[in-house]
Design a protein around this ligand. Structure first.
Ligand code: AMP
Ligand code: FE
Ligand code: FE
Ligand code: ZN
Length: 287
């Protein structure tokens, strides 16, 4: 339904394709979203915009709206922090340099993890390469898929609970900027920065850091997400209301890689309208 805001909902602004660690091409992700009744979506592959063109063609053909997006990998101390970026300029030099650095470091890091695993299990780097779409942002999910193909684990979930867990002894981290730098880069590229699953266990940033991010341009929190805890979400909802931040809800769909279903959380039309209003680096792709 087209509201006064002009937004065509329901909207799910966080989905992954095999340009990163989803299991389907961008067009299939769009079709899955359409089947679940969504009319506005964002493809937010990790550290890449490689799926935008294919997603835009698919949304246009189905009468849907695409908000071009990305999920930018950052790190604060030991915490992996994900920053959703919407409507930024995909040719921005500084942002491109940083995502390129993250993506290339992820490759060497994945090779090192596989080298460690290979001490105890029959797994090779070639197994991982054959489980990864060419040019995709490489992550632990691709190693998980290779472990599944080798019959070592049943699914990604089991791989993450054990062999790929940071405490397993096989784990190696990858380069990622501080979230402050991530927010600055996204904002400088005309984009809208929204903190992904900010109340997920082991990810919660101290309020002092959140306030710094907000000062640097962080526009909102992804409050509706299956990994957010109830108490963390309540706390952030109060902060968002006090500071008039954008709040979103989304599925974080990864195809067969996670149980998350498109549309399991959605973003209100007025919040989507605020993101569109703020974004200056790229335009939504309307049908
Ligand atoms: P990485 O960025 O390479 O360290 O891998 C993290 C990615 O793994 C995240 O983007 C998640 O999508 C995915 N992930 C984390 N935990 C799980 C899980 N239990 N099952 C499936 N995927 C997961
Ligand atoms: Fe992921
Ligand atoms: Fe994430
Ligand atoms: Zn995600």
């Amino acid at each position: 339904m087209v509201e006064a805001s002009g937004v065509h909902g329901p909207s799910d602004l966080h989905l992954h394709s095999l340009r990163s660690d989803g299991t389907e091409p961008p067009a299939a992700v769009v079709q899955a979203a359409h089947r679940h009744g969504l009319r506005t979506i964002s493809l937010t592959d990790h550290d890449t915009t490689a799926g935008w063109a294919e997603a835009a063609e698919a949304t246009a053909s189905l009468g849907m709206t695409l908000i071009p997006g990305m999920e930018f990998s950052a790190r604060h101390e030991w915490r992996s922090v994900h920053v959703l970026a919407y409507l930024f300029d995909p040719t921005d030099r500084a942002l491109l340099a940083e995502t390129e650095r993250v993506r290339s470091d992820r490759i060497g890091r994945a090779e090192r993890i596989v080298g460690n695993i290979a001490r105890d299990y029959d797994l090779t780097w070639d197994d991982v390469l054959s489980a990864t779409d060419s040019g995709a942002t490489v992550g632990r999910p691709h190693i998980a898929d290779a472990l599944v193909q080798r019959g070592i684990v049943r699914d990604r979930e089991e791989a993450f609970a054990d062999i790929l867990h940071p405490g397993s002894g096989y784990y190696v981290g990858h380069y990622a900027p501080d979230p402050l730098r991530a927010v600055e880069l996204i904002t400088a590229a005309g984009g809208v920065a929204v903190l992904a699953h900010p109340a997920a266990r082991d990810r919660v940033l101290p309020d002092s850091v959140l306030l710094e991010l907000i000062d640097a341009g962080l526009a909102g929190f992804e409050l509706g997400h299956r990994e957010n805890t109830v108490t963390g979400r309540r706390h952030l909802a109060r902060l968002a209301a006090r500071l008039d931040l954008i709040v979103t809800g989304s599925s974080d769909y990864h195809g067969l890689g996670k149980p998350n279903v498109p549309g399991e959380h959605t973003t209100a039309d007025d919040m989507v309208a605020r993101i569109i209003e703020l974004g200056r680096g790229a335009d939504p792709v309307y049908p």
